[in-house]
Write a protein that binds this ligand. Sequence first.
Ligand code: AMP
Length: 193
Amino acid sequence: MKYRCILLFGAPGAGKGTQGKILGSIPQFLHCSCGDVFRNLRAESPLGKTFLEYSGRGELVPDPQTIELWQQFIADLTKTGRLHPERDTLVLDGIPRNVHQAEILRDVLDVVGVFYLCSKDTESLIARIQRRAMKENRLDDANLEIIRQRLKTYENETKPVLKFYGKKLVHEIDADQSPAKVLSDILRHAVKS
Ligand code: AMP
């Protein structure tokens, strides 16, 4: 059985987490942020250390560890009754993050829509990331050099995922609008998916 899901897609700072939290509050939608799963690891655990090492450089954690952690997380959600795969839609935020991950998850995910939060304004993305770093105490977002590397990683490794899913599934959403307008644009397509 595959997990029905929608993907929130876009550069760091485009608003995936904000939208994911709102969508996840709707019954039968469950927000799953891969970055949050990593941040909830104990910093002194082996994978916690690996996460800090890679995210601290603005790079992706290697695929085998990422996929294993994600599959474990989803299995736990199911076992504990927080996810009912036959009824619920996962709102994935931050995964798949490269084409290899999308390939590995091809037989696991039933992707019914990809919401591409597209921002034309890199400076406002950077400003948002920096505000969030202060509020949420996020080390990977604290310095400008790491932020620029995160944006590069997104361009080089993550953006090709859009092509993997193809035009039919991808809905481009203007991320420079107010959060309420972004939400309304997502919902217009999501309820049809
Ligand atoms: P995020 O909060 O989604 O921006 O993720 C923060 C950091 O976690 C990223 O910069 C990566 O180092 C790591 N990360 C999150 N999701 C993934 C993923 N799917 N694959 C690899 N690394 C990830």
